[in-house]
Design a protein around this ligand. Sequence first.
Ligand SMILES: NC(=O)c1ccc[n+]([C@@H]2O[C@H](COP(=O)([O-])OP(=O)(O)OC[C@H]3O[C@@H](n4cnc5c(N)ncnc54)[C@H](OP(=O)(O)O)[C@@H]3O)[C@@H](O)[C@H]2O)c1
Length: 280
Amino acid sequence: MDRKIAVITGASSGIGLLTALELARSGYSVVATMRNPMGRTALDEAAAKAGVQDRIDVRRLDITESASVAPAIEEIVQHYGRLDVLVNNAGFAMAGFADDVALEELRTQFDTNFFGHVAVTLAVLPHMRRQQSGHIIMVSSIAGRAAHPGIGSYSASKFALEGWSEALRLEMNPLGIRVVLVEPGSYETNIWEKNVHIASAAFSDGSPNKERSRRFAEHVKTQVAKGDAREVARLIARVSTMPHPRLRYLVGKDARLYHWVRLLMPWKRYEKMVARTVGI
Ligand SMILES: NC(=O)c1ccc[n+]([C@@H]2O[C@H](COP(=O)([O-])OP(=O)(O)OC[C@H]3O[C@@H](n4cnc5c(N)ncnc54)[C@H](OP(=O)(O)O)[C@@H]3O)[C@@H](O)[C@H]2O)c1
């Protein structure tokens, strides 16, 4: 049976892992890429439990190694003969107030959350152009619509991704290639715990923000309700099958609420509310 082919980046944990499972359950052959395939155990176990292990092919891909991205995608297309869905999911969050984040740290954030997705997308486009079809789904964030204090670097990388993707969508739509931004609120994954990057100066004695950073970290840890990431995975699987998806999909009650409050509340009130809520 000819299955559609989906490629996903950052499939070792969180939304990526769950999306790989969800797409496999929906009948796709999934190429689940990760930068270190030694970390595949969680996906393998979950796939076996769901009975979809024969539909998941784990391959190595670090999206920041630009020279190896195109050959990796080429190999996948050679092997499967086509590529129907790309889910640009890999990412991390850099925490730290603007004047605590070194320029090099900010660049690292963009290397993954922006340039990494651009590199994979550019590698996939010639194949989708030839097919005259394909879905490119960018896992952005509510932080790509509304910037958050304390994670300005992360917000900036997602804003960049949003701008690039919006233009790409307009360019590719007439060719039958659908570009979509999925914008989750807060979900229970490794992003804010094991995988979080904290700017090296954030808690140093020399930082003018040390105390505010501490209060902000406490707020994220104790007051931000985190949803079940399967909700995001299901949405991505659904969007993958839509012939004419929208450009943007906010997902999560918190994301929708934040978006509408920011749009509708007078800006000065909004600023005060944000400062009070995050304790800065
Ligand atoms: N969870 C949320 O609340 C939330 C909200 C909005 C948006 N998002 C977005 O959702 C996406 C997935 O994050 P998550 O929440 O599922 O967090 P996660 O559990 O930390 O997963 C992130 C994944 O990205 C991978 N990754 C990081 N850098 C990479 C690189 N250079 N090349 C390849 N893979 C790389 C990680 O691999 P390793 O295992 O090797 O580190 C991991 O598999 C991100 O784009 C994030 O911005 C998450």
